[in-house]
Design a protein around this ligand. Structure first.
Ligand code: PMP
Length: 393
């Protein structure tokens, strides 16, 4: 039977990682893969997570199964973190998932059960995984304009114009903050217009929030999600703990569904059944660490302080790179680097220029010119600026 399977294309980022490893140049710079790195180039276990892990080692006396929907404490803590005052337990159903990817997958599987002919609208561009997951679950795919190639900001008018064509029951995938891959995000007034448009059209927002705390801060980064949760009747929220808790390999995430109160119990039952159908119990270790950190005041304060250092460090690198490029090119055209938020910026280079940065300067970024800002350091930022300026981007 397996002879009928088509070959799967090689993942672009995995290929790039291999090329980077094989590059003998000592001053090579990895701006490719999407994990946070500190000034030493390390993706650290966060202090509070490490402490929670030590506590867990001392106190955990069983690894027996937990709950099919995941621990209530984890789901409550994540609802507090993401939804804050916009939380309404009467409208909220949730399940722990296998990372943020699992949450996106489950959200779209839920849509196939509820509305198999829904179309899923994704931004052009979007996190590449959104597209094959949508196709894999068998939903129709539409794109909406998002990024303005000239200004490297978003084209809000084009986005709203395209989304005015959504049908009732269509799903609109939005990045809650820190858009991946562009780094360009809607302004508060754009979010307001978007929320009103989607509510008016009866579309269902699916908010993918994978970088809360990496942009303007924990509260500010959740503002758009909260606004939409309060404006639209039905909302899907896929939250990842991979980046902001640094628990990438533990696979911790949550899918939250806001629904009218009379449908809440059905939704909770359906989400729980989806977990059981797909993998039975969700992973517990990372989720447990997250809820320990969020509910212990000392651990939470330490986690927030470390996250804030990571965020401001990335902002500082953005500003330094933008300033260096202003100095080297005598123009403001790279000012967008300091305006973008999160771990990524789309530089706007052609594939040939991206290849030239790699071949001639040892600077690795994804082919669409997405650069990981956390791959910059004080030591390499001026080298990167010189290379970008030399490539006439
Ligand atoms: N959504 C977006 C936009 C992402 O960038 C990522 C991480 N690359 C995810 C979801 C999922 O992250 P994970 O499955 O590792 O939690």
């Amino acid at each position: 039977i397996f002879g009928a399977l088509p070959p799967q294309g090689e993942d672009q980022i995995i290929r790039l990682m291999g090329q980077f490893r094989a590059d003998p140049r000592p001053d090579k710079v990895d701006l490719g893969v999407g994990v946070y790195r500190n000034a030493q180039g390390v993706t650290p276990v966060m202090r509070a997570v490490q402490t929670a892990e030590q506590q867990l080692l001392q106190s955990q006396n069983t690894k027996a199964y937990t709950a099919l929907a995941g621990e209530q404490a984890f789901r409550d803590a994540m609802a507090d973190l993401v939804l804050g005052p916009a939380q309404d337990p009467a409208r909220l159903a949730s399940v722990a998932t296998v990372g943020g990817t699992g949450a996106v997958f489950m959200a779209l599987r839920l849509v196939t059960m509820a509305r198999p002919d829904a179309q899923v609208w994704v931004s052009d561009p979007t996190w590449p995984n959104h597209i094959p997951i949508t196709q894999h679950v068998g939903l129709g795919l539409k794109t909406y304009r998002y990024f303005d190639a000239e200004s490297r900001a978003i084209d809000a008018a084009a986005m709203l114009a395209d989304l005015s064509q959504v049908r009732p029951g269509d799903v609109v995938l939005l990045h809650g903050c820190c858009h991946n891959p562009t780094g360009a995000n809607p302004q508060p007034s754009d979010w307001q217009a978007l929320a009103t448009l989607l509510a008016t059209k009866g579309a269902v927002p699916l908010i993918d929030i994978a970088y809360q705390g990496f942009g303007d801060g924990l509260e500010a980064d959740a503002a758009a999600t909260r606004l939409i949760a309060q404006t639209c009747e039905e909302v899907l929220i896929a939250a990842s703990c991979s980046k902001n808790f640094g628990v990438y390999r533990e696979r911790a995430g949550v899918l939250m569904v806001m629904t009218p109160p009379q449908l809440r119990d059905t939704l909770q039952g359906t989400l729980t059944a989806l977990n059981r159908l797909n993998y039975s119990f969700p992973p517990d270790h990372g989720a447990r660490l997250v809820s320990m950190v969020l509910t212990d005041p000392a651990l939470r304060a330490d986690w927030q302080a470390e996250l804030e250092d990571m965020r401001t460090g990335m902002l500082h690198l953005r500003e330094t790179l933008a300033r260096e490029l202003r100095r080297l090119t005598g123009s403001d055209r790279f000012g967008f680097l300091a305006q973008h938020r999160g771990m990524f910026s789309r530089l706007g280079a052609t594939p040939e220029q991206v290849e030239k940065l790699r071949a001639d300067h040892g600077i690795y970024m994804v082919g669409d010119s997405r650069m990981n800002i956390a791959g910059l350091t004080k030591a390499n930022v001026s080298q990167v600026a010189q290379a970008i300026a030399a490539c006439n981007i």
